[in-house]
Design a binder for this molecule. Structure first.
Ligand code: CS2
Length: 489
């Protein structure tokens, strides 16, 4: 039997403690991947449960911008799915209830623009990953040469990109005299609200200046910091869900116990669910939280992903079980990253690092190094390169960060230490491929890519020499030996 509205009561799991037939949509969420289904929807269900009657207007319509696969699975289940919290102490399955419908944007882009323009929709949340923003990662500005942006300027009523959909819908709302929705980016980008606001302004200005000005003065884009480790779902997860809940679920998600959501409190009088009752923190300034998380968590994740993968580790928990990597992490955080991070109020950064290590070591979470290694060209600037700039300015060492950049260049070059091909998933994969040039020339060519390294780093001789030296170490002794050697310095 499959999980759906008719079988829900038979599921051996924690069930939604509210009547989902009473919910109407108030949120459109764009980017229906595992992360949102294990994070944002959990906060929303929790908030609804604290006071169902006050939250009837906060059901969710989920949108996939490209693939129909999530919708195909979720539609069969009336939007229901299992979120499974995994840790060494066991598995806790819970059925999530506030996702009412899933849609696939390319199947009916005009329909989606109308849905977004519906007055009932007051919030649009977003997890489309870094590359979904169609921006230049080094500068944070819209990339007007992006093929999706070019498409959307030519077909504004039937867009394909995130900026295209938001601007088309906001234009309809403006023309119809409907108040705008609040736009909440939940991707791992620095000042994600401010960044998206700038992209939308740039895109709207390319269409019509009046619209850009209206958006500028009427639409709120709170920045957020989101955190929960959620590996991509696999077929094993389907079997796990079936065993746990006693029903077939085609769309389960696995997640760690930890979660955090820090939201910039600029809602004013705009309506929103009481997510704070689910533990979300509403603060005046999110930036310290974002900086801490992007540099300490995501930065170290990327370091472990490239160096761990090249050392033949399949998952993060395997990588940090190796004492050499554990030492490396301690030095990376303690000596190189933490000195660049102002601690958010009430946070001790060493304790935060200790907690991260425990989370990485969770043996029940199989978070693949290859998954985190994806899209490095979009991730490195905010995770690693900003920290390096700060270290360079302070005249302080940054050897472990250099080894991370070198490992990214090696990985994206396209073959591993045994010469086997790596399936590099990155929008810039073609430009990152190693072409048999000598190491110095290759490092120079890659670090000259301005959308990753900006206009400064690739021309900075100190940066080039340090990264090149690290790259040579990878070539001669391999990643594991290089990590071990750096621990001795
Ligand atoms: C990871 C993140 O895949 C990645 O790049 O670093 O998805 C990470 O697991 C989350 O940001 C944790 O909150």
């Amino acid at each position: 039997m499959r999980l759906d509205n008719a079988t829900l009561q038979n599921a051996k799991a924690r069930l939604p403690a509210f009547d989902r037939t009473r919910l109407t949509p108030g949120i459109v969420h764009i980017g229906l991947g595992a992360f949102y289904r294990a994070h944002g929807i959990v906060y929303n269900d929790d908030a609804i449960e604290t006071d169902p009657a006050a939250h009837n207007g906060w059901g969710i319509i989920g949108v996939s911008l490209r693939s129909p696969s999530q919708r195909d699975r979720l539609a069969l289940q009336g939007g229901l799915y299992t979120a499974i919290e995994r840790s060494a102490s066991g598995d806790k399955p819970r059925i999530m209830g506030s996702l009412l419908q899933a849609v696939v944007a390319p199947e009916d882009p005009r329909g989606l623009v109308e849905t977004l323009a519906d007055p009932g929709i007051r919030i649009v949340t977003i997890t489309v990953t870094e590359k979904g923003y169609c921006h230049d990662p080094a500068t944070g500005r819209l990339n007007p040469a992006h093929s999706d942006i070019i498409h959307d300027l030519e077909h504004p009523e039937a867009p394909v990109s995130l900026p295209g959909f938001l601007v088309a819908a906001l234009k309809l709302r403006k023309n119809r005299g409907i108040a705008p929705f609040t736009v909440i980016s939940c991707d791992n980008l620095p000042s994600n609200g401010k960044l998206l606001r700038g992209l939308i302004r740039d895109f709207a200005a390319l269409r019509d200046d009046g619209l850009a000005a209206w958006i500028e003065s009427n639409v709120a884009f709170p920045s957020t910091m989101v955190d929960r480790i959620v590996p991509a779902s696999t077929d094993n997860d389907l079997a796990l869900a079936r065993d746990l809940i006693g029903l077939n679920d085609l769309a389960p998600v696995i997640h760690e116990p930890f979660r955090q959501w820090v939201i910039e409190d600029i809602f004013g009088s705009a309506d929103r669910p009481a997510w704070e009752r689910a533990g979300a923190q509403f603060v005046t300034d999110v930036e310290p939280f974002e900086l801490m998380k992007l540099r300490m968590l995501n930065g170290s994740h990327s370091a472990l992903a490239y160096l761990g993968f090249l050392s033949s580790f399949e998952t993060i928990s395997q990588t940090v079980a190796d004492p050499v990597f554990k030492d490396f992490l301690a030095g990376l955080w303690g000596d190189e990253i933490i000195p660049t991070v102002p601690a958010p109020a009430g946070t001790n950064l060493s304790a935060y690092a200790g907690q991260l290590l425990e989370r990485y070591a969770n043996p029940a979470i199989s978070h693949r190094t290859a998954q985190i290694a994806m899209d490095g060209s979009q991730k490195l600037p905010q995770r690693i390169l900003g920290t390096i700039r700060d270290r360079l300015h302070a005249g302080q060492p940054w050897n472990r960060l250099a080894l991370t950049v070198a490992a990214f260049i090696y990985y994206a070059g396209g073959s591993d230490e045994k010469g086997r091909p790596i399936d590099v998933k990155d929008p810039l994969a073609d430009r990152l491929k190693a072409d048999g040039q000598d190491p110095a020339a290759h490092v120079r060519r890659v670090t000259f890519i301005e959308t990753i390294f900006g206009t400064d780093l690739g021309r900075d001789e100190r940066f080039l020499h340090t990264v090149e030296a690290a790259y040579r170490k990878l070539l001669t002794g391999g990643a594991h030996a290089a990590v071990s050697a750096i621990n001795q310095t």
